[in-house]
Design a protein around this ligand. Structure first.
Ligand code: BTN
Length: 238
């Protein structure tokens, strides 16, 4: 693993994607300030200023795409949740890969696949974690959000947090690619905040509602509607 640190950039994901060809597998792109952070579903990711985490993993696991790569966002959510536990906070996971503390979003994960025509070139797995924020800045975010310093009452050391996150990510990465989602399923379910609740899920331009019944060995969400199961592989719980 090597880390490229950029003082300021529009988006670490955008940078990683544009330069993917020249970046070796397992490069980490990190920046101090992110001026146009990208989120899922065309949302933006706001820079809270100061010491916050914005990074993208450049991953080139093979020459062809494999289904398990879609679960890397869930793997990263689990790694993050485990690190947050070391700070004595209780993380919750909202399918597929949101991490919440105290019911509020503390991090966002965005995976982008890079193709050249029909050829798979690699993945860019981006993560932003609110490590140090104040209530005024957090209120600018359209959804309930929190920051780790507000949960612990202490300033969070960005370098220590980054090293822990990247270190732990790569420690289990090869095994995860071999074993797939079932490797993390137990932890994921134990920390899931949506199971056995009536939920609404946005799937592209459609809304699916039902009771969240379970998570499959592939990380899919099973909703139950009128006694019938609906299997979702992609979506956002509203
Ligand atoms: C979301 O919850 O919508 C995903 C947000 C992902 C934000 C991170 S910050 C680092 C990386 N670079 C980006 O432009 N986005 C991701």
């Amino acid at each position: 693993m090597s880390i490229i640190y950029l003082k300021e950039i529009d988006s670490t994901n955008r940078y990683a994607k544009s330069n993917l060809e020249n970046l070796p597998d397992r490069t980490v792109i990190q920046c101090g300030r992110q001026t146009a952070g990208r989120g899922r579903l065309q949302r933006t990711w706001i820079d809270l200023g100061g010491e916050n985490l914005f990074l993208s993993f450049v991953l080139k696991p093979a020459d062809v795409f494999s289904e398990v790569y879609s679960n890397l966002t869930q793997y990263l959510a689990v790694i993050l949740a485990q690190i947050l536990e070391q700070y004595n906070v209780q993380p919750q996971i909202k399918w597929p890969n949101d991490v919440l503390v105290d019911g509020k979003k503390i991090a966002g994960i965005l995976s982008e696949t890079v193709m050249q025509g029909t050829l798979f070139k690699g993945l860019v797995l981006g993560i932003g974690v609110n490590l140090n924020g104040d209530i005024k800045s957090l209120n600018k975010i359209d959804k309930a959000a929190t920051a780790l310093n507000l949960q612990t009452g202490e300033t969070i050391d960005l370098t220590a947090f980054t090293n822990m996150l990247a270190g732990k990510f790569f420690e289990g990465y090869d095994r995860f690619l071999q074993e797939g989602f079932k490797e993390i399923k137990k932890y994921y379910i134990e920390h899931a905040c949506f199971l056995n609740k009536e939920i609404n899920v946005q799937v592209f331009n459609e809304n699916k509602s039902g009771i969240a019944k379970s998570i499959t060995d592939k990380g899919e969400l099973i909703l139950e509607k009128d006694g019938q199961p609906i299997v979702l592989t992609i979506g956002d719980i509203l």
